[in-house]
Structures are given as structure tokens and as C-alpha cells.
Design a protein around this ligand. Structure first.
Ligand code: ADP
Ligand code: ASP
Ligand code: MG
Length: 409
């Protein structure tokens, strides 16, 4: 008997009609004799609204209360999904994070799952019940509700699949799979049939938000196959028509470059005219790390007369914290601090790069031909990222997509 965790994202449970449609798919899965745990997101737009409510009260809100507020969207859809299943003759019950429990650490707002008790869920599944679990939420050791960061329902689903030793985790969304680039930006992007965890991890962390990064990490660690598929057609997960995220050895045809990711969630900070002496980088980046600022790309400009500029990127949401930390805790003399929010990170990802040279060259040449200036570069074994002016995002992604032969015929 196959055990499946099926997750429905916000657009797939956006109203009652869509919840009913999703419930139909679960009915079909159970009719095939499969055991199913359903994970639901909040209705699309609801979490944004809840986040906004908190911000209207204060910009410096208590994150524990933020979690109480924003976790509520999923509670609604889990109850509604259970009702929709019951109406169809399926025995179904909702299980909130604290009832299972899904235990997390106490980093409210971006908590990590530490353990999931599966005893009761297994009992219910064995008795022929469908369990409906709200995504995105857990409970801390102090019995407070926590949330897993935006997009966290993917992580709930994969973590449950891993803990239950499920055969597959189906992620139903508004696209029918993982594409070679965001189909909203590149209309002739191609659907990928199978992709390695490692590549999916890079794509997700570099901006392809079709899966939350943490969910892919969990998939890789546990080996549970993840399928990304559309909730809109008649197909169910067991037809295996989506994109399968799996181990590298299961992929027969490996492309040199698998996909292009982009992220508009970046900001560039330049510390102007610091003394170019040993230890400068440590004095700048140690306090930032201590303040939990995620510094990503870094360049140190050419030194002139003993001085240099240090440029680096941080997530846009962390700019304020980064600037405050530099002003208050960094023991360095500098002339100016320049923040530029008008940037985007464009990345080329592919396992094939490990064994082939020339991928970076092609990227730089393609961007140069389009007159796109590269502000910062960073590379790893299977990806190359560049920072460009935000206005060039679409042009950069589309021209790289074409240059690496990824456009659909
Ligand atoms: P959900 O609400 O179901 O969690 P998301 O909005 O989080 O859905 O993720 C689906 C979206 O991810 C798609 O609508 C698409 O615009 C975006 N996306 C970004 N990169 C990719 C990619 N490479 N392949 C498919 N979708 C992508
Ligand atoms: N509802 C949450 C969000 O919008 C979690 C999720 O949908 O994955 O971020
Ligand atoms: Mg999502």
C-alpha cells in the first residue's frame, strides 16, 4: 500500500470550489487504495493579510504573537478540507501542529522542525482515515505556536513524509512542474521531468520559490521523492505527470545547465573607503554574522592608496538590521555606507558544470552582448550567480535561457 503526503498550496485552496476540487483528488487517491495525509496552505492572500495586520499595530511586533496570528490561515483550510472529504464519504480529521505534535525550535517566525510524533497519525491511517494537517505551523517546547517561514507548508509536507516514511510527497501548486526558469518570466521555459535534489536546492535557494529551500533539504536528507504538479487539471499525483525531485543517479539525461533562477529579494551594501589592511573583512562580517544577517555575495574592490570599498549583498528584509549593525557594532573607519535595493541576482544552475568548463564564460558573454552590467559575481560547484540592475532581470533571464539552449522548441 502506498503512503502519500499531498500538499495543496494557497492558490489550490483559494476558495471553496478549489478546496472541493482538491478533495476530489484525494478521494481518487484513496480509491486506488493509497493512504493519504493532506497538508494545506492558507487560502492565497490570507497570510499576506495576516502579516499586514501585525505590521499595522507595530513594525517591531512580538514574533510569538505574529506566529499566533499568521498560523491561523492554515487552521481554517485544514478544517474546510476535512469537511470537504467527509462530504465525499471519506473518514477525515484535521490535526493541528500542536495536536500531532510537530515540535520546533523557538526561533519564532522561522522555526525549524525538530521532531514529529507519528504514532497517532499511523494509527489513524491504518484505520483508513485521511489526516489533514495545516502546513507552516508547529509548537515549541514552551507550548507556543510557531511558524516555519514563508512558504513553509512545503516543509511541513516533506517533513511529515520523511517522518512517516511515506513513498512520495506530492506538492500540488499552480504550475504543472518545475521549469527551466520561472514560467511567469520566460514563457517558453520547459518543464523538467526529473531533477536532482542538489540542483533543486540551488534553484530554490537562488529564488525559484516553487519549493521552500528547507523542504528540498529535507527531501535530500531523507530520500523521500518529491513531486511538483498542478492542482488544476484532472490528473492526480499517482499518475506521476509532474516533476520528480530525486537522487542524481535516477536521472538519465543530465543537461549541462538545468535552469535559470532569479531573485529580487536582494540588496547591495557598499562600505566606501575602508583601510585595506589584514583583518578588515573579519571586523566587518563577524558582527553581521552575530546579528544573524545573511551576507551572500561579497566583493572587495581594487585597492587605491591603501583604501578599498567592500561590497556585499543581504536579503532586502535585513538591510535595516545590517546598516544598524555596521553603524553600532563594526569597529572600522569608512567614508560612506551606500544601500542599493535596485538589484537582482540571476543564477545559472546545473550539475553538469562540475565536469565542464566554459559555462561561466557563456554567461558573461551573453550578458555583455545585451549590455547588462555585472555588479557582483559568485560561484559554487554547480552554480554561477551575478548581481545586475533590477530593471534588467527579465532580459537577463530570457537571454541566458536561450543561450544555454533551454528554450522550448
Ligand atoms: P504555492 O502557493 O502552491 O505554494 P508558489 O507561488 O509558492 O505556490 O510556487 C509556485 C510558483 O513558483 C509558480 O507560480 C511560479 O511562478 C514560481 N516559480 C518560480 N520559479 C519556478 C520554476 N523554475 N518552475 C516552476 N515555477 C516556478
Ligand atoms: N501560508 C504560508 C505562506 O503564505 C505558508 C505556505 O503557504 O507555504 O507563506
Ligand atoms: Mg509555495
Amino acid at each position: 500500500m502506498t503512503l502519500i503526503v499531498a500538499k495543496f498550496g494557497g492558490t489550490s485552496v483559494a476558495d471553496i470550489a478549489r478546496i472541493e476540487r482538491a478533495a476530489e483528488k484525494i478521494v481518487k487517491e484513496t480509491e486506488q487504495g493509497n493512504k493519504v495525509v493532506v497538508v494545506v496552505s492558507a487560502m492565497s492572500g490570507v497570510t499576506n493579510q495576516l502579516v499586514d495586520y501585525c505590521g499595522q499595530i507595530s513594525s517591531m511586533y512580538d514574533v510569538r504573537e505574529y506566529d499566533t496570528v499568521v498560523s491561523s490561515g492554515e487552521q481554517i483550510t485544514s478544517g474546510l478540507m476535512a469537511l470537504a472529504l467527509q462530504k465525499r464519504g471519506v473518514t477525515a480529521r484535521s490535526w493541528l501542529g500542536w495536536q500531532i505534535p510537530i515540535k520546533t525550535n523557538a526561533i519564532h517566525g522561522k522555526a525549524r522542525i525538530e521532531s514529529i510524533d507519528t504514532d497517532e497519525l499511523h494509527k489513524r491511517l491504518n484505520a483508513g482515515e485521511v489526516a489533514v494537517v495545516p502546513g507552516f505551523q508547529g509548537v515549541t517546547a514552551l507550548n507556543r505556536i510557531s511558524t516555519l517561514g514563508r512558504g513553509g507548508s512545503d516543509t511541513t509536507a516533506v517533513a511529515l513524509a520523511a517522518a512517516l516514511q511515506a513513498d512520495r510527497c506530492d506538492i500540488y501548486t499552480d504550475v504543472d512542474g518545475v521549469y527551466t526558469a520561472d514560467p511567469r518570466i520566460v514563457p517558453n521555459a520547459r518543464k523538467i521531468n526529473k531533477i536532482a535534489y542538489e540542483e533543486m536546492l540551488e534553484l530554490a535557494s537562488l529564488g525559484s520559490k516553487v519549493l521552500q529551500t528547507r523542504s528540498v533539504e529535507m527531501g535530500a536528507k531523507s530520500g523521500v521523492p518529491i513531486q511538483v504538479l498542478s492542482s488544476f487539471g484532472d490528473e492526480i499525483g499517482s499518475a506521476l505527470k509532474g516533476t520528480l525531485v530525486t537522487t542524481e543517479d535516477k536521472i538519465v539525461e543530465q543537461e549541462l545547465v538545468s535552469g535559470i533562477a532569479h531573485s529580487r529579494d536582494e540588496a547591495k551594501i557598499t562600505v566606501v573607503k575602508v583601510k585595506d589592511v589584514p583583518g578588515v573583512a573579519a571586523r566587518l562580517f563577524d558582527p553581521l554574522a552575530e546579528a544573524s544577517v545573511n551576507v551572500d555575495m561579497i566583493v572587495q574592490n581594487i585597492s587605491a592608496e591603501g583604501f578599498t570599498d567592500m561590497t556585499f549583498t543581504v536579503p532586502r528584509g535585513e538591510v535595516e538590521l545590517a546598516v544598524k549593525t555596521i553603524k553600532e557594532n563594526v569597529d572600522l573607519q569608512y567614508n560612506d555606507l551606500i544601500v542599493d535595493n535596485n538589484v537582482a541576482k540571476i543564477s545559472v544552475v546545473g550539475i553538469g558544470m562540475k565536469s565542464h568548463a566554459g559555462v561561466a564564460n557563456k554567461m558573461f558573454k551573453t550578458l555583455a552582448e545585451k549590455n547588462i552590467n555585472i555588479l557582483v559575481i559568485s560561484t559554487s560547484e554547480i552554480k554561477i550567480s551575478v548581481l545586475v540592475e533590477d530593471d534588467y532581470t527579465e532580459l537577463a533571464v530570457r537571454s541566458l535561457h536561450a543561450a544555454y539552449g533551454l528554450d522550448a522548441a
